[in-house]
Design a protein around this ligand. Structure first.
Ligand code: 2RA
Length: 383
């Protein structure tokens, strides 16, 4: 039997040995059966009505998250609204310090200022917080966790565990097997980020702005500083450091923290594109030992949570429309860097609302559940 907490290895199926095209299939990151039994007495979802919060709610149900009961918290504006969970109608409660009384685990997807306020309320009451916001990610006391990459980091938590930014998560899942095999020295990454990354308002802007433009009507964008319809915007976040944006600097700092290697050199360019959901990234990696294409395919295919779709002659590679609603990180267009013998280039696609946010947060919760279950701790016992 596999020890508890170990990720299930992805199966790599060689579909064309001559061209060495590997397609990874069946890649549950962890076995759901391991978390069937109740581990948490009360779990809270904070920001339950947001774009990511709604997916967290459905994942807790779909993945049979081991909680006896789940409560839903949101801002005053959304408090009182109803949602269905496990076949029953539930009322969303207003976020307050008292709302965390008796709560074992909170999974939050809120803006940074809300996270800064609510996380201490929860921790003071003995609750562990898995936070999707950016507020705590670079705090040295807070582990920043991708369960397939650095599950051991949860051990050091002091009440708060952060989940990385979406553009970082898919990059790091892809880098991990290359780093383990040949040490990544340098990364050049350009993102193609979907409108949903900015929340419900971003998706609305894209749809309504496209409609308005097609019909020659004026449109006022709320979420974007420039039209997103029929355009690309080479700025995500604010100016942060030497001409790089906050989104770009998150990719630098978070990647180094998760991989535990401050020496990795990263040059990111983050771009918003008129895609509804799912982020794409063009990644160029320079490794200490050169990695050939066949080896890279094998490494990616063996990485839990990665699916390789790589058959250029057949027109097969990951795209936002084919990866929407999926929980894995998809990789294709794997090729040698023509300009450097130690370089490897590839294309990486992942659902930013799922693996980039909700799925990763819920997987951290599953990791904690397995840890608690493995320790034989009674339901309701605090971390
Ligand atoms: C974006 N990465 O896509 C952000 C969301 N966290 O805008």
């Amino acid at each position: 039997m596999r020890p508890q907490g170990e990720p299930v290895a992805a199966e790599a199926v060689i579909v064309d040995r001559r061209r060495a095209i590997y397609t990874s299939v069946s890649v549950p990151v962890f076995e759901k059966a391991q978390v069937e039994n109740i581990v948490f007495d009360v779990v809270a979802v904070v920001g339950a009505t947001g774009a990511v919060g709604r997916i967290i709610v459905s994942l807790l149900e779909e993945r049979r998250f081991p909680a006896r009961s789940v409560k839903f918290l949101a801002s005053q504006r959304s408090a009182g609204t109803k949602l269905r969970f496990r076949g029953e109608e539930q009322t969303i409660e207003e976020l307050s310090p008292e709302a965390f009384e008796g709560v074992d685990l909170a999974i939050g997807s809120t803006p940074d200022p809300v996270a800064r306020e609510f996380a201490p309320w929860a921790v003071e009451r003995g609750c562990v917080v898995i936070d999707e916001s950016g507020y705590f990610r670079m705090d040295p006391k807070v582990p920043l966790v991708i369960p397939e990459v650095n599950p051991q980091a949860v051990e050091s938590h002091q009440g708060i565990i952060s989940s990385p930014n979406c553009s970082t998560t898919q990059l790091v899942v892809a880098l991990k097997p290359l780093h383990d095999a040949a040490r990544v020295r340098r990364v050049v990454v350009s993102t193609y980020q979907a409108a949903s990354g900015i929340g419900v308002a971003g998706s609305r802007d894209l749809e309504q702005g496209t409609h308005a433009r097609l019909h020659g009507q004026p449109f006022h964008y709320e979420a974007f500083a420039h039209p997103i319809a029929f355009n690309v915007i080479p700025q995500i976040g604010s100016e942060k450091h030497q001409g790089y944006t906050s989104e770009e600097m998150k990719m630098v700092h978070e990647t180094r923290k998760i991989l535990g290697d401050p020496s990795i050199q990263i040059c990111p360019t983050c771009v918003r594109v008129p895609v509804g959901n799912v982020h794409s990234e063009s990644i160029l990696v320079e490794t200490e030992r050169p990695i050939e294409v066949d080896e890279a395919r094998r490494l990616f295919a063996a990485m839990p949570g990665v699916v390789v779709v790589d058959d250029l002659p057949a027109g097969k590679y990951p795209m936002p429309l084919t990866c929407d609603g999926r929980d894995e990180v998809f990789i294709g267009r794997i090729r040698k860097d023509l300009s450097h013998p130690s370089g490897l280039a590839f294309w990486c696609v992942s659902d930013n609302l799922r693996k980039g946010a909700a799925t990763n947060a819920v997987q951290i919760g599953e990791l904690l559940a397995r840890k608690r279950a493995g320790q034989g701790r009674p339901v309701g016992a605090r971390a």
